[in-house]
Design a protein around this ligand. Structure first.
Ligand code: ZN
Ligand code: ZN
Length: 302
């Protein structure tokens, strides 16, 4: 079993802080994640830091908050984003490669926010590095951080149905682009709460068709169990639809601290098995292979 979604430290929100201390980029820090994952019977870890948290991404991604027309939303997004954009991509890549060389069972990935107008610049920026996998994610709708309590008022203004429509339009566009290997937390729009009595499954269809077209894999992400919604991303019916669409899956804890490594992946695997899945996708050097759920751990000795 593999955890294919981990970050080096928690999100920084609000007032600016100095850049992260060197311990965050140390081999000892990575070892803590590996030790915790091993205790949860997970024998491979793919780190997938957020590109937007890296200072190097400023030019390529631009000022995401400027996509919002409402001044409060712009201010809220800018405030949190500036606080969080203090990481060094160079040092992140370096410590994961160092861990690989030291024989730790880790792989190098990146979580990339998809915007149609910045993705080419992003791909140019990250091209020189030896990525094993690229995750694609949607955390904003037009510069609005839809999962942050500070901008919750926008849910009311747009109405939940419109929010969901806009979110899944962005997801379908990302899936169709064929620019990433895995789509992460597919129904993250439910982060704060589920606003409907019945699931809006009609909105999944266009996204799944786009995913089929590009053959992108979809991630089952247990971060949602730690978020206010208390549910895995995506929902059980969504997982079934992913299986019916013939798409491949990966599993990720979305850990932002060592203690969260591989957290809840046993539950995620149970839900996937219930939906009919028997294999997961594994990405090395952005090449995909299919691995049975009960396969022995991969060798990191060569
Ligand atoms: Zn994410
Ligand atoms: Zn993440």
């Amino acid at each position: 079993m593999s955890d294919t979604h981990l970050h080096l430290y928690p999100h920084r929100k609000g007032d600016p802080l100095p850049p992260p201390p060197p311990e965050r980029y140390s081999l000892a820090h990575i070892e803590q994640y590996v030790d915790m994952a091993m205790r949860r019977d997970v024998t491979e870890l793919t780190f997938t830091e957020h590109l937007y948290r890296c200072v190097e991404s400023t030019g390529a991604l631009g000022n995401i908050w400027e996509r919002a027309s409402d001044p409060s939303i712009r201010a809220n997004t800018e405030y949190d984003l500036r606080a969080d954009r203090t990481m060094s991509m160079e040092r992140y890549v370096e410590v994961i490669l160092e861990a690989k060389r030291a024989g730790l069972p880790v792989l190098l990935g990146l979580e990339v926010d998809f915007f149609p107008d910045t993705i080419d610049a992003v791909l140019d920026l990250i091209e020189p590095y030896p990525w094993d996998v690229l995750l694609g994610s949607i955390h904003w709708i037009d510069g609005w951080w839809f999962d942050r309590a500070h901008s919750e008022f926008e849910w009311e203004r747009l109405g939940p149905r419109r929010v969901y429509e806009r979110y899944f339009e962005a997801m379908a566009e990302m899936a169709a682009s064929g620019t990433v290997d895995v789509i992460t937390h597919p129904d993250r729009v439910k982060y704060l709460r589920k606003p409907f009595r019945t699931e809006q499954i009609d909105l999944y269809g266009a996204f799944l068709a786009a995913a089929q077209q590009s053959n992108v894999a979809i991630e089952i992400n247990t971060g949602g169990l730690r978020h206010p919604v208390h549910e895995i991303y995506p929902s059980p019916s969504f997982i079934r639809m992913i299986h019916e669409a013939g798409l491949a899956i990966t599993f990720g804890s979305d850990a932002h601290a060592p203690k969260q490594a591989a957290w809840g992946l046993d539950l995620a695997r149970e839900e996937a098995a219930e939906a009919g899945f028997t294999h997961r996708a594994r990405f090395v050097a952005r090449e995909r292979t299919m691995v049975p759920f009960d396969a022995p751990p991969p060798s990191f000795m060569d």
